[in-house]
Each structure stands twice: as C-alpha cells, then as structure tokens.
Ligand binder design. Structure first.
Ligand SMILES: Nc1ncnc2c1ncn2[C@@H]1O[C@H](COP(=O)(O)OP(=O)(O)O)[C@@H](O)[C@H]1O
Ligand SMILES: C[C@@](O)(CCOP(=O)(O)O)CC(=O)O
Length: 392
C-alpha cells in the first residue's frame, strides 16, 4: 500500500451556462490558478485523522478511532448496500459526525459537511471498494488561494483530490511514474472524475458534473449533457475575479432555481434556453479564435462582452444574483467593462472580462479596492488534477 500521496486540483470559473447546465444546457468553464491540495499518509495509530485548517481553526488533526468507524460501518450496512443507498449512508455518517466529533456542543455545518464527505470517501473507496480493512490514515486538505463556498469550485477540487488520493492509496488506480513525473492516463482520469462526481452528489444533491470535470481535466471546456470538448487556445482574454465576501451554498441555490422551474416551467425553460444560446454564441467565437478564423479581434471582444452582460441579466431574473453582485456589475459597467456572477451565485464571486491590452482595468481595480471588494486576476486554462508525490 502507498504510504504517502499528494494530489492537487484546480478550481474554475464558469464563463457561461451555470444553472442552465443542470437542465442539460451547454456551459463553458475554465480551470484557474487557484487549487486544493490533499495529502494522505498511512499512519499506525489506529485512527483516521483529518487536518482541515481552512474549516477548523485548530492546530491538531481531528482523530477518529478505527473502532468507532467499524461500528459506524455496521450501522450503515443495516440500511442496505452503499451503491443503492448513497444518501442514506451519508446521512448516517453526518449523524455520527454531529454526535461524536463536534466541539463545545457547537454544531458547525460546514465542518460537518466537509468531514462527512471525507468519511464517506474513506468508507466507500478504501474500506469497501479497495478492501483495505480500515487503514489508519492522516488526511490534510488545504486551499491555495481557492476561497471556500465562493462559486469557484472548491468543493469539486476537494472531491477530485479526495478521489485521487484514496483511489491511489487503495491501489484501485495506478498512475505511471517516469522522467516527466507522475502521469494520469485517460482511464485513470475517467475513474477519478466518476468518483468525484459521486462525492459531489453528497454535497450538492444534483450536480451537473461540470465542476468535477473541469477540475479533473483542466484547460477550458465546453460541457454539454455530461460530454466535454476542449477549447485548445483562448483569445487574449483575461478575467478579474471579484469576491463579494457573501457566503452561499450551491445546494440551496440550485434548489431555489428548481422551485422556480416547478412554479413557472414555461418561463424558466425559456430562460435556460436563452442561456444555452449565449453559450453557443460564445463557443462559436472562441472556436473561431482557436482555428485562427477570426479576423476581427475587437469585434469578437465586443460580442463576448455583450454576451456576458446579457447572461448576468438572465441569471438575475432567476433570482441567483445578489445586491453585492449587482453593485460590482454596476461599478464594472461604469468603467466600461462587462461582468457577471460565476458559479451558483447568491453572493460568492463575479468575473470581469478584459483584454490584455486594456489599461483601464487598473482604475476599475482601484475602485473595487476602495469599495472593499477583494479582487485578483486569474490565469485561465490551468492543468487538471496532478499527483505531486507518491511514496511507497
Ligand atoms: N479548503 C477546504 N477544506 C475542507 N473542505 C473544503 C475546502 N474547500 C471546500 N471544501 C468543501 O466544499 C464545500 C463548499 O462547497 P460549495 O458551497 O459548493 O462551494 P464552491 O462553490 O466553492 O464549490 C464545503 O462545505 C466543504 O465541504
Ligand atoms: C450552479 C451550478 O451550475 C454550478 C455551481 O458551481 P459552484 O458550486 O458555485 O462552484 C451547479 C452545477 O452545475 O451542478
């Protein structure tokens, strides 16, 4: 069994198609230079330990005795097989976390969710699929400039890293090591993506799969009905990410859109279709640039800017914007830039599109700083999941 494994996976921005993608429409996403790292080490203390510095402000790892996990497995198995009872197993694990692990009697929802998905991954991948007989492990999850719960795909990056480290530790996938480092072939990536999607279902209910796909494969992708196609070169576009600082939860935003769909199906279906058409138009422009067919860079930019603005209005009409997002969009527009929310919305982050050549972006940055909005330029099209180290 592998003694130590480290995986790193990126977050993302969704250019177009969030929410609509849940209803089978097209979306475009790019991996960004903000990541999650997970380190998994074999230990010999008869415990499973989780060190989650971004959700739990304490120096030491949280230790769970293997004995209590064995009892938990028996309770879960009384429900039925894990494959057909995933959500019920997850509920049992959440109950276990709430009753045995939460400190000072303060129930902490974020910590509970993070720990219960880690424990679910442990049970499913290591104990059941990998038949590893309750190995003692230490798992550390750390964000590298990827804010949690801000629409930049931190949960998918966590799920992808959890899947990768545990699948390697269990000996279910076998990455190849050569002079170039550690490589993950197509079959291995497919297994990681599929396992990460299962973990995302625990956190999000009914995820479209776009977040785990972009975190697994990286680059820039068009996602449609579970299929991805890569965009190999992006025009000289840049994005500024602006954080509202407003915490939100993807699962509840997706379900608020679902209620609107149930109440007004004709209206909301048409809005989703309009978002789809925006993704189609934007893809067309990006594909032309990719094939060097485009002659008019300025016109492309103008159209991409217009599409971004239109999409923001559509997302606002289904109730997933936020007064802070609207404020950021207004500041951007006053400075002649286009802006939209990215990810589930309801707070979280907005993206502002700009051309490499635009100098005016600095005055926008100053204005955003003055108003207290944290913002930074992101690199697009970064690598998907990578293994940094395997020690046998
Ligand atoms: N650094 C981290 N450490 C532990 N868990 C994390 C971390 N980042 C994200 N998560 C997990 O991802 C969840 C956030 O998911 P979500 O609300 O969808 O936000 P996002 O848009 O960033 O994906 C958290 O509840 C937690 O379970
Ligand atoms: C709203 C949605 O389209 C994207 C959610 O992104 P995030 O969790 O906010 O990073 C949901 C999904 O695609 O499953």
């Amino acid at each position: 069994m592998v003694k130590r494994v480290i995986a790193i996976a990126p977050g993302k921005i969704i250019l177009h198609g969030e929410h609509a993608v849940v209803y089978g429409k097209k979306a475009i996403a790019c991996a960004i230079d903000a990541t999650i790292t997970i380190e998994l080490c074999a230990t010999d203390d008869n415990c499973v330990s989780f060190h989650l510095p971004n959700v739990l402000c304490q120096k030491d790892a949280l230790k769970i005795k293997i004995e209590s996990l064995k009892e938990l497995l028996v309770r879960c198995q009384s429900i039925g097989r894990i494959e057909s009872n995933i959500l019920d197993w997850h509920e049992k694990i959440k109950e276990f976390v709430a009753s045995t692990l939460i400190f000072n009697g303060n129930e902490n929802k974020l910590l509970n969710l993070a720990l219960s998905s880690c424990l679910f991954a442990y049970m499913k991948i290591l104990v059941l699929d990998g038949q590893c007989n309750f190995p003692s492990v230490f798992v550390k999850i750390e964000s590298n400039n990827l804010p949690l719960g801000a629409g930049l795909g931190s949960s998918a990056a966590c799920s992808v890293c959890l899947a990768t480290t545990m699948l390697v530790h269990a000996g279910i996938i076998h990455p190849k090591e050569n002079d170039q480092g550690i490589t993950l072939d197509d079959n291995v990536l497919e297994k990681i993506n599929e396992t990460a999607l299962m973990l995302e279902k625990l956190l999000h209910g009914n995820p479209s799969g776009i977040d785990n796909a972009i975190s697994t494969y990286g680059g820039a992708v068009v996602y449609h009905n579970g299929k991805i196609s890569h965009i190999s070169s992006l025009p000289s576009l840049q994005f500024l990410v602006v954080n509202t600082g407003i915490a939100r939860n993807t699962k509840s935003l997706v379900s608020s859109v679902k209620s609107k769909m149930t109440d007004f199906p004709e209206v909301v279906c048409n809005i989703m279709q309009a978002i789809h058409e925006i993704s189609v138009q934007a893809e067309g422009i990006l594909r032309d640039v990719e094939k060097s067919h485009s002659q008019n860079h300025e016109m492309d930019l103008k159209k991409l800017k217009e599409l971004l603005k239109m999409n923001q209005h559509l997302l606002q009409s289904i109730g997933v914007s936020h007064p802070k997002i609207d404020e950021i969009c207004k500041i951007a527009e006053e400075n002649n830039f286009s802006c939209k929310l990215t990810g589930a919305g309801g707070g979280g982050c907005a993206i502002v599109m700009f051309d490499e050549a635009t100098e005016q972006i600095n005055s926008l940055i100053n204005e955003l700083n003055k108003r207290g909005f944290k913002n930074w330029k992101v690199k697009l099209g970064c690598k998907g999941v990578q293994l940094k180290q395997i020690a046998k």
